[in-house]
Design a protein around this ligand. Structure first.
Ligand SMILES: [Zn+2]
Length: 64
């Protein structure tokens, strides 16, 4: 089972990057790496964002 999350679905207007993971934990790790590398998040601002929107993010995760 692979979980995926599209950056665009997560609210970015232009980025079409898709993050994958075997588990939700792994997916969120990959999303964090992408957020920091591409979208200028810091470890701290990312954690804050996830903490505020965790329900929202979980709903966007697709399973295949
Ligand atoms: Zn992105």
């Amino acid at each position: 089972m692979t979980l995926s999350l599209n950056c665009k679905d997560a609210g970015d207007p232009v980025c079409t990057h898709t993050m994958y993971g075997e588990t939700e934990e792994e997916l969120l790790q990959n999303a964090k790496k992408h957020g920091i590398e591409v979208h200028g998040y810091t470890e701290e601002s990312w954690n804050g964002e996830i903490a505020r929107n965790s329900d929202h993010f979980r709903k966007l995760i697709k399973t295949s």
